[in-house]
Ligand binder design. Structure first.
Ligand code: ADP
Length: 635
């Protein structure tokens, strides 16, 4: 697999997985936050609803209590006692009854719903019954004397009533309501009883509300988030008789209650039995119940479970919308990320691919391509290391080639040197003889001028031949070094003195910049020989009135001397053969072709280097490098 694809694959793995995880977490978090918000809202709403219910029922209680304590009821009780004792109606009875009638008329605005107020005698018979709302003004229904409107509706009621604490409110279920006898019908609310007790008599004030005010209250209660309100009556002693008092879903109202039949109320009741207020999740995510208990009757263990049922389909669709939104965003991010990663992986991989290509090319001897900009410093270092390695390799190859060439040349020089030494010695004696004889012949008297000239010519040629022979002998003498520590600049000065005449003849300007006094270990005679050879070559190559610059410097523990002339430079054809013995481009008779080969041999024997190259601005530079002994003082 390609590096680019590797990088891309890794990007996908390290970015897509966390992205998916993040999507799910974000979605879950959003849902959880939303649910927490709803939980708080709905629990708050339940609190408010229960407070309103309590307010409504407290109103009823207050009404019954104040009615039970009212003088009109007291007066009526006394009058009724008298009537029952006398067996006939009295004017006090009529008066008390009128007062009572007035009282009920006055109560009319306080009871704006269907309700019945009864006064029961100690036997549970109804002596007065007032109905509210159904008639424009409440009417008292009873017959004189000691008239009974209704008889005790159920045996044992009077006993139940007698057991109630006097002058206090209690709740019972009065059995004489017509609604209770209807099939499935039963009033929702219990009836409030206030036993009016004096030492002589006892009456019961019974207040029965149909629950219409509570229905109105429920109708006015806002349904937060579309929640449906349900109120269930729960009797801990008879839980199976729990009833729905109010339900948005089933259309059940307080004024029209029915037993629990609908699902999933049994679940709600079960949850309520475990925990009186809280939250119930419905199966398969259908929704949830928020519920709280409320005890409407102070003397009874009957409670109301006030609950709000929330449908979660809206939440799910909202959640789904958020999820798809996040998914879209994630997909967009992923696409963008992939594009960027594709680009980045290409950018990252390209320099490495190019480097690998370069390595292959290098191995096959092809030219290298330029490196590409790399995004990482490591790849940059790799490229630099490769370049450095190739450079070093090329340098060492060059060095090796040079050394091999040098080896061949040295071998050549050695054999030539041997031969030259033999020839030199052999030629030296005859030449000395020619010179001596020539000089003797010149002393001869009456020598013709022509002959004299010829003899001069012979002497000159013999001297030239002798110079060549000396050169050959110098060449052969290499290897016998008498080394001593000397100043390079001094040696330069001495050599310059020797070539002064030749330089003057060509009117050359020789500039020697050799301020530092470099000390080198060298054979003074041989070093001078080298400098003379190089200076003579520079003078020969220089045009008339040209300039020769000599600069001495230090570089890496080496003394470096450069002799730069303004001549035509080294001919291309000659550059390869400069150091070969007897190679010369000079005219016949002017050069022996031994100068550079002798000089190279001497310099290398001193552990130095000799190099000739053309200067970029023209002319030739002869460069001598010799190991430095130490820098003495400044000139
Ligand atoms: P010779 O001087 O007798 O020719 P050398 O060995 O000194 O022998 O020089 C060999 C050749 O090197 C010369 O013939 C010449 O072609 C070339 N050469 C040496 N020095 C220079 C220089 N300064 N400028 C141009 N060519 C040079």
């Amino acid at each position: 697999m390609k590096l680019r694809h590797h990088l891309l694959l890794w990007f996908v793995v390290v970015s897509v997985l966390p992205l998916i995880l993040l999507l799910f977490m974000a979605n879950h978090y959003d849902r959880q936050q939303y649910l927490n918000e709803i939980d708080q809202e709905l629990h708050g709403e339940l609190d408010r609803l229960i407070a309103s219910l309590e307010q409504q029922l407290a109103r009823h209680r207050n009404l019954v209590a104040s009615l039970g304590r009212s003088p009109a009821i007291d007066a009526f009780g006394r009058a009724l006692q008298e009537v029952s004792q006398q067996g006939s109606l009295t004017w006090q009875y009529s008066h008390a009854r009128r007062q009572l009638e007035q009282l009920f008329v006055d109560l009319q605005p306080l009871i704006p719903e269907r309700a019945v107020i009864r006064l029961l005698d100690s036997n549970g018979n109804t002596v007065i019954k007032a109905q509210f709302v159904e008639t424009a003004s409440p009417t008292l229904e009873s017959l004189p004397p000691y008239p009974l409107y209704e008889l005790e509706p159920e045996a044992g009621l009077s006993k139940q009533l007698q057991a109630l604490p006097p002058n206090d409110i209690s709740y019972i279920r009065y059995p004489g309501h017509p609604a209770d006898s209807a099939p499935n019908g039963r009033r929702t609310l219990l009836d409030a009883v206030w036993p009016v007790q004096t030492p002589d008599w006892r009456l019961y004030l019974l207040f029965s509300s149909m629950g219409e005010r509570l229905d109105k209250l429920m109708a006015l209660t806002p349904r937060l988030r579309g929640g449906e309100i349900t109120v269930v009556e729960y009797d801990a002693t008879r839980p199976e008789q729990s009833r729905i008092l109010f339900s948005d879903r089933g259309g059940v109202r307080f004024s029209n209650s029915q037993p629990v039949q609908m699902q999933p109320l049994p679940g709600l009741i079960k949850a309520y039995e475990t925990q009186p207020s809280g939250l119930l999740e419905m199966p398969q995510g259908q929704g949830r119940w928020y519920y709280q208990d409320y005890y409407p009757y102070p003397d009874r263990l009957i409670s109301w479970i006030v609950a709000i049922r929330l449908d979660l389909t809206e939440l799910s669709s909202r959640n789904q919308a958020t999820f798809y939104g996040l998914l879209g965003l994630g997909a967009f991010n992923l696409l963008l990320g992939l594009l960027l990663a594709g680009y980045a992986s290409r950018r990252l991989a390209q320099p490495i691919v190019r480097l690998a290509q370069n390595m292959r090319d290098y191995a096959q001897g092809k030219p290298l391509q330029a490196d590409m900009d790399s995004l990482s410093s490591e790849v940059g270092q790799l490229q630099a290391s490769f370049r450095h390695m190739t450079q070093t390799l090329e340098d060492s190859q060059r060095e090796q080639a040079r050394a091999e060439k040098q080896l061949v040349l040295s071998a050549k020089l050695a054999s030539i040197g041997e031969m030259a030494a033999g020839i030199g010695h052999e030629l030296n004696n005859p030449l000395t003889n020619i010179l001596t004889l020539g000089k003797l012949a010149k002393r001869t008297a009456d020598i013709s001028p022509d002959l004299n000239n010829d003899i001069d010519e012979i002497i000159d040629e013999a001297r030239r031949a002798s110079r060549i022979v000396r050169g050959i002998l110098d060449f052969a003498r290499q290897g016998n070094l008498e080394v001593q520590q000397l100043l390079l600049c001094d040696a330069v000065g001495q050599a310059l003195e020797r070539v002064e005449r030749q330089a003057y003849a060509k009117q050359l300007d020789i500039q020697a910049d050799c301020h530092r006094r470099f000390s080198v270990s060298a054979d003074p005679f041989q070093l001078r020989q080298v400098l003379l050879n190089l200076l003579e070559n520079a003078i020969y190559a220089s045009p008339a009135k040209g300039r020769i610059t000599i600069v001495g410097s230090e570089q890496d523990d080496m003394a470096v001397l450069r002799i730069h002339d303004e001549g035509a430079g080294i001919e291309t054809a000659a550059s390869e053969r400069l150091f070969e013995p007897f190679f010369t481009t000079k005219k016949v008779g002017e050069g022996s072709g031994l100068g550079l080969s002798i000089s190279l041999g001497i310099v290398e024997m001193h552990g130095g280097r000799l190099n000739l190259y053309n200067h970029p601005q023209g002319g030739c530079v002869a460069e001598v490098r010799l190991p430095l002994c130490e820098a003495v003082e400044h000139a």
